[in-house]
Design a binder for this molecule. Structure first.
Ligand SMILES: *[C@@H]1O[C@H](CO)[C@@H](O)[C@H](O)[C@H]1NC(C)=O
Ligand SMILES: *[C@@H]1O[C@H](CO)[C@@H](O)[C@H](O)[C@H]1NC(C)=O
Ligand SMILES: *[C@@H]1O[C@H](CO)[C@@H](O)[C@H](O)[C@H]1NC(C)=O
Ligand SMILES: *[C@@H]1O[C@H](CO)[C@@H](O)[C@H](O)[C@H]1NC(C)=O
Ligand SMILES: *[C@@H]1O[C@H](CO)[C@@H](O)[C@H](O)[C@H]1NC(C)=O
Length: 223
C-alpha cells in the first residue's frame, strides 16, 4: 500500500473541482476586455513572450503595457519535470486558458505539471493569490496518529529545503516510511520570486489550512 501526499504551491484554499483539461481554472472577476482594446493587445504580447522567459528552471514571468492596461503574466512548472514537458504544458495552458476565459482580464489555470496566470494585478512577491484549491484522497489513514507523526516532520523538512532554494527554484520532494511500512511521498514548491520567509510561511499556512479538515487523508494536493 502506498500513500501520496502532494503539497504544491500553496494558497488559502477552497474545495473546488472544475474541468476543461485543466485540473482547475478560474476566470477572475476583475473585469473584461474588448476585442480591439489595448489590454487585449498587451495580453497577446505577454502570452506569446512568456514562454521565452524561462530561467531554465521552470519559472516564467513577463509583463506588457502600463497602468490599467498592464498585463502581468507568470507560469510555473513542477520542479521535477523536464523542460519539454514543461514547455508543452505551458503551451497548452496558453491556448486553453484563452479559450475558457475569452474576455476576462485575469485568469489562472492549473495542470498537474504547471500553472499559468495573467492579471492586471501584481503577481510577483504576492502570497495571497485569490484562487487555490485542495484535492484530497477520500481514504483515511488507518493509523491516524502514526500517520500524522510522520507527515508533519516530512513536510516541515521539505518546506525548509524548498524555502532555502534560492532565487531560481524553490522546490523539494521526499519520501518517508509511515505506519505499517507504507511509503509517503511529499512535494512542495513556491514561486522563486518569494523570499525564503514568504515561501516558508505560505507553505506552513497551506498545511494549516488543510490539516484540520483533511489531516488524516492519505493524499492531499493543495495549490
Ligand atoms: C465579463 O464577461 C462575462 C462573460 O464572458 C460575463 O459573464 C460577466 O458578467 C462580465 N463582467 C463584467 C464586469 O462585465
Ligand atoms: C476591431 O477592429 C477591426 C479592424 O480595425 C474592425 O473591423 C472591427 O469592427 C473592430 N471590432 C470591434 C468590436 O470594434
Ligand atoms: C510551443 O509553442 C511554440 C509556438 O507556438 C512552438 O514553437 C513550440 O514548439 C511549442 N513547444 C512545445 C513543447 O510544444
Ligand atoms: C475519513 O474521515 C472523515 C473525517 O473523519 C470522514 O468524514 C470520512 O467519511 C472518512 N472517509 C472514509 C472513506 O472513511
Ligand atoms: C521576472 O522578469 C523580470 C523582467 O524580465 C526579470 O528581471 C526578473 O528576474 C524575473 N523574476 C523572476 C523571479 O524570475
Amino acid at each position: 500500500m502506498s500513500g501520496k501526499l502532494l503539497l504544491w504551491l500553496s494558497f488559502i484554499s477552497m474545495l473546488l473541482i472544475q474541468t476543461t483539461g485543466f485540473t482547475y481554472y478560474n476566470c477572475e472577476p476583475d473585469g473584461n476586455f474588448t476585442t480591439n482594446s489595448t489590454y487585449r493587445r498587451n495580453l497577446d504580447t505577454a502570452l506569446s513572450t512568456l514562454p521565452t522567459t524561462n530561467t531554465g528552471l521552470g519559472f516564467f514571468n513577463y509583463s506588457a503595457g502600463q497602468g490599467s492596461d498592464r498585463v502581468n503574466s507568470a507560469a510555473l512548472c513542477r520542479g521535477d519535470i523536464n523542460q519539454d514537458v514543461c514547455r508543452s504544458c505551458l503551451n497548452d495552458s496558453v491556448v486553453n486558458l484563452r479559450e475558457v476565459c475569452p474576455n476576462q482580464k485575469g485568469a489562472v489555470g492549473y495542470y498537474d505539471e504547471c500553472w499559468l496566470r495573467y492579471t492586471n494585478n501584481a503577481i510577483l512577491g504576492n502570497t495571497d493569490l485569490n484562487s487555490g484549491l485542495i484535492l484530497y484522497n477520500i481514504q483515511n489513514a488507518s493509523d491516524l496518529d502514526g500517520f500524522n507523526e510522520v507527515v508533519r516532520p516530512l513536510l516541515n523538512n521539505l518546506i525548509d529545503d524548498a524555502a532555502a532554494g534560492g532565487s531560481l527554484r524553490k522546490f523539494a520532494s521526499g519520501i518517508t516510511t509511515g505506519p505499517d511500512g507504507i511509503t509517503l511521498y511529499g512535494l512542495v514548491q513556491c514561486t522563486p520570486d518569494l523570499s525564503r520567509l514568504q515561501c516558508s510561511d505560505c507553505l506552513q499556512n497551506s498545511i494549516t489550512g488543510f490539516y484540520l479538515k483533511y489531516g488524516g487523508r492519505i493524499g492531499v494536493k493543495s495549490d
